[in-house]
Design a protein around this ligand. Sequence first.
Ligand code: HEM
Length: 460
Amino acid sequence: MLIPPGPRGREVRGFFGGGSFAGTLDFLDKTARRFGPISSFRLLHKRIYLVDDADLIKEILVTQQHNFERDSGAKLLRELVGDALITREEPDHRERRRVLQPAFHREQIASYAQIMSTESGRFAREWRPGEIVDVRKEMRRLTLAIVGSSLFGADFRESADGVADVLQRVTKRSRWLAPSFALIEPAVNFYRRVFPRGPSLFFQAERKELEAIIMPIVERRRGAGTKDILSLLLNEHDETDKPLNQQEVQNEIVTFVLAGHETTASALTWTWLLLANHPQAAARLHAEVDSVLGDREPTLEDVSALAYTSLVFQEAMRLYPPALAFARRPKVPLQLAGYTIPRQASVFLSPYITQRNPKYFQQPDEFRPERWETDPAPPKFAYFPFGGGAKMCIGEPFAKLEGVLVLATLARQWELERVEDDPVHPGPGWLLNPNRPICMRLKQRVAPSHKRINHLANLP
Ligand code: HEM
């Protein structure tokens, strides 16, 4: 059987990055650049296939998606969130997606814009000039408030630290569980077959803590009757669907609270860091926000005019995609780029690696939002921070809208300056986050009001 080329023998140790996560990313990047569209290496007893080619990524996520399932990461995640949309396989996945999709239809997303703007505005008013903030913490607080309010009509503002603390412990345990998970997976699968609703094998305490934080807040809101995700889960609108049981509802709530805030918080944190390191881009963003908004907060109607702000968010997610990699495994042996990929092999797809491929992006490591205006458009799956196919991120339109509205609302009033120059690298975790707190000083801006600009423009 022909095996894709890749590092062999001692070279594979590079995967462990000398103990640093940035080292692991560097190893994957070098492997992809050296060996091309598909490479492979053996890790413990498992062969990893790394795919770094837009056409092949499309093949896996879309064209041949029925031949693939989620890899072991989803099994580990299942021990935290349980049987939910994000961990399900077909046909159960499709059925659940159909129930939840209406919460992300165009009209529904539009109704969240007001909440995104209001929450960001409230946040901007709480900041104080000269204050030094930990940007990641702040973005988590804000995105949790937004997701809580828009998807559940619930107020999570005071819960961010509690949720972050639990997630930190989950991440820590996953760090040693993930590499060896393949070895224990058969036992985990057996346990789940026998006890599909049994307690979590690895995160029982953390799961209980999350429920204790989240559920009372959501309970308080029950019965409000808006068409948000909670009402879909509780089947308040469509009596034809089979109602979800209490456990299933809780699993989805935990899923959406976690997936809906940690991801956008990561993207926004990197965006502020990039803006602080690229004053020209920050100046252009501020100029756009001033001219479109003047002295008011953004609405849905402003989003199309905030074109550069959107590109800044898009470019930040090119360099630092929150879901830096995800994996699939073939359900049957199949052909990919002339190689036979065995059943159950781990096929790695990494937005972080492919979105920095010089084949698709000029000066790939540079932050240049204007590349999206000037350079030839890359092929579809050269940029895929939200994945693709049937299991693509259901929250994509929500996250894109949120990114623009949060950036515009905060940048209208504030400039964020770094207070230290230490280099920042990606740190370990399920999502791509900086390896250190990003401390920034808040500098208040004086946005020119529209009226004043118009008035001055009319002067003879
Ligand atoms: C910048 C923000 C976000 C990024 C980069 C992101 C990325 C992703 C990716 C790559 C996947 C697919 C993983 C795979 O194929 O294995 C995914 C799935 C998912 N995301 Fe997001 N996401 C973001 C925001 C959100 C938001 C705001 C929500 C909810 C409001 C959300 C909820 C979900 C759910 C429920 C799934 C599972 C979908 C399914 O399997 O059908 N995400 N996300």
